[in-house]
Design a protein around this ligand. Structure first.
Ligand code: ADP
Length: 255
């Protein structure tokens, strides 16, 4: 098991308010799996991801990565933010190499990795451009290349395509599957887009909100590439919509 989340709860206690974000979550993520986490806004999706990354800490319970308790961030756990988080003053090349530079990686290895990921993410022609010269889709590709360059065992992605238009979003979803197969590592992606999750995932973790709890874990066995118009795809989407949509929404709308 690559990641185990054991009876994890998270309470944010600030001077203004106390929020019980997650309550008694237990999950496991297998090596080389593609897992998506879905749920209504505010149900704790990002919080789970940040705790696996070691950027945030559980109030109760334990998160393990390869059997060891997660105490902080590490290079084997890559993280992709929704807003790309690129360095605007660095070229694409320098952005991608940033982590390797920090780790004092030998020049030959840096060159090799740069070539590998410029090619894999189709960024060869953009190597000398700055983030401000790139489209949203290209910026997200640079962020993915930067994370993969460090050869993580796990890539955590927080709504990576949320800011992109629907056409580009679908294109990048296809590319992400290609990259996942090529890299042969574990992907965990948070999304509020149920179709995105069904298109991509081996398993979908569905959370309920206030506080976030695991509502269901759904295995998707449809072969890839998946067709969004396929009957089983639509049935799965309807099932997840039913799980996520609070009954009260229907109750109010029928009164
Ligand atoms: P999601 O990603 O599903 O939208 P989040 O994990 O961002 O949900 O947030 C879960 C809950 O925790 C929300 O109620 C949110 O307001 C709260 N929360 C998240 N981060 C913080 C924080 N740093 N301080 C206080 N409350 C937070």
């Amino acid at each position: 098991m690559l990641v185990t989340i054991e009876n994890v709860s998270k309470i944010y206690d600030t001077s203004q308010k106390r929020v019980e974000a997650l309550n008694d979550i237990s999950l496991s993520i297998h090596e080389k799996e593609f897992v998506c986490i879905v749920g209504p806004s505010g149900c704790g999706k990002s919080t789970i991801l940040k705790m696996i990354a070691g950027i945030d800490h559980a109030t109760n319970g334990i998160i393990r990565f390869e059997g060891e308790k997660v105490n902080g961030p590490s290079v084997d756990k890559g993280f992709i933010f929704q807003d790309y988080a690129l360095f605007p003053w660095l070229t694409v090349r320098k952005n991608i190499l940033f982590g390797l530079e920090m780790a004092n990686t030998p020049s030959a290895l840096k060159r090799e990795r740069l070539e590998e990921y410029l090619y894999l993410l189709d960024l060869e022609k953009a190597a000398d451009l700055y983030p401000s010269q790139l489209s949203g889709g290209m910026k997200q590709r640079v962020a993915i290349a930067r994370a993969l360059c460090l050869k993580p065992k796990l890539l955590l992605m927080d709504e990576p395509f949320a800011a992109l238009d629907p056409f580009l979003r679908q294109k990048l979803q296809e590319e992400l599957l290609r990259i996942w197969k090529a890299e042969n590592i574990t992907f965990v992606l948070v999304t509020h887009d149920i179709e995105e999750a069904i298109y991509l995932a081996d398993r979908i973790i569905v959370l309920t909100s206030s506080p976030g709890k695991v509502n269901d874990v759904i295995s998707i066995s449809m072969p890839r590439p998946r067709l969004r118009t396929e009957e089983h795809f639509i049935q799965t989407r309807n099932k997840i919509v039913d799980l996520i949509t609070p009954l009260s929404v229907f109750q109010t709308s029928y009164i």
